[in-house]
Design a protein around this ligand. Structure first.
Ligand code: NAD
Length: 368
């Protein structure tokens, strides 16, 4: 039996409605008593700005540093459009990622069989799809220096700089290989070594690590442009894709949309392991705060619940319990229960709360 400290940061918009559904599952797990959670809550984003004139206070950051993992809802909304750029709700999220040094972004693209007909691709191409994109999150062209616009008048010059070091590539590649061993045992390493020096180094480092420590995992090197094409041509050929910040940004959105709604997509951001083997980690839905539907009971909580099951797998070694929850989600969808965003003809519409309750009821049924 183990007890974990989990920090809940619901944030803005639909954040608190969807977080409440994840808490139902945490409460259920606590009642079983095998693994328990001590919950702390705090404000982040616009809610924190309203209360403290900061989207991420030092007190909240201290809790985040101490927690075993963070469950994050969403931040933002037009209410804060005129707030100073550095104090915008999104700056709270960026501070968390930066201060916790969360360098690995895990974005699963999972297509539940019951939702395959909602994809823009043919059903047989996406049904049962299960890809994990591992995106490097703290390096590359978004952060490299120089980054500037010089010159004036009609002829300016803009520069972004793509930089990667051996150790940055090494640590993200190890996460991808480790994950592959727990899944389909296959990694596609994606770069553009044909035209970019960082691509040459990326391919070399990934290949070396594979040879030394992960030769049991199937490794393919693929150019990023080919990968974007293959994702829509034959997505099921992929298991784990590891790639840099820029390519990962684009490829993960492409992969995500193969699966239907934004409301279905969880993510994890992981940091380095400390001496005790513990990784800093934050889990959050891919979607934003959906101000257009906030407070109306219309939000789909499954991305939030899926973020909790990722926390169970990657921070708490609770794979069995995570399977139970993920299977419950699949069962609820197979019963044709749908929130508004994934509603189809002949299905039964449920509210945010209704979807959370349906998942709990399936969990209870399966657990006996
Ligand atoms: P959004 O993801 O909030 O919403 C896009 C569309 O998807 C909307 O129509 C919304 O109703 C719908 N949607 C999103 N999540 C849903 C869910 N769980 N269930 C049902 N429908 C859902 O993106 P946006 O409208 O571009 O941005 C709104 C705010 O969120 C902005 O302030 C933006 O900066 C912020 N944002 C925050 C994050 C984050 O917190 N990680 C990510 C993206 C955007």
């Amino acid at each position: 039996m183990a007890n974990f400290d989990l920090l809940l940061l619901a944030g803005d918009g639909i954040g608190s409605e969807i977080m409440a559904q994840a808490v139902k599952i945490i409460d259920w797990l606590n009642r079983q008593g095998d693994h328990t959670f001590t919950l702390e809550e705090d404000l982040v984003g616009g809610a924190s700005y309203d209360a403290h004139k900061s989207p991420a206070t030092d007190a909240m950051m201290a809790k985040a540093m101490k927690a075993d993992a963070i469950l994050f809802g969403s931040v933002g909304g037009s209410k804060w459009d005129n707030v100073d750029y550095a104090l915008r709700p999104e700056a709270g999220l960026l501070r968390l990622r930066k201060d916790l040094e969360l360098f690995a972004n895990l974005r699963p693209a999972l297509c539940y069989p019951a939702l395959a007909v909602g994809s823009s691709l043919k059903t047989e191409l996406v049904e049962g799809l299960d890809i994990m994109i591992v995106r490097e999150l703290t390096g590359g062209v978004y952060f490299g220096e120089p980054k500037e616009i010089t010159g004036r008048g009609n002829e300016k010059r803009a520069v972004d700089t793509q930089v990667y070091t051996t150790s940055e590539i090494d640590r993200i590649a190890r996460i991808a290989f480790d994950l592959a061993r727990k899944r389909g045992n296959k990694v596609h390493s994606v770069e553009k070594n044909n035209v970019m020096a960082t691509g040459v180094l990326w391919k070399e480092v990934v290949g070396q690590i594979h040879k030394e420590d992960f030769s049991d995992v199937e490794l393919h090197h693929m150019l990023a442009d080919n990968c974007s094409m293959q994702l829509v041509r034959q997505p099921k050929q992929f298991d784990v894709i590891v790639t840099d910040n820029l390519f990962g940004d684009m490829l993960s959105d492409t992969a995500a949309m193969l699966t239907g709604s934004l409301g279905m997509l969880p993510s994890a951001s992981l940091g380095a392991e400390d001496e005790g083997g513990k990784r800093r980690a934050m889990y959050e839905p891919v979607h934003g705060s959906a101000p257009d539907i906030a407070g109306q009971g219309k939000a789909n909580p499954l991305a939030m619940i899926g973020s909790l099951t990722m926390a169970m797998r990657y921070s708490f070694d609770m794979g069995k319990e995570a399977d139970l929850v993920d299977d419950a989600i699949a069962a609820v969808l197979a019963q044709n229960l749908r929130t508004a965003d994934i509603m189809m003809d002949g299905m039964e519409m449920v509210s945010t709360d209704g979807m959370g309750d349906a998942v709990i009821s399936e969990i209870e049924k399966a657990a006996g």
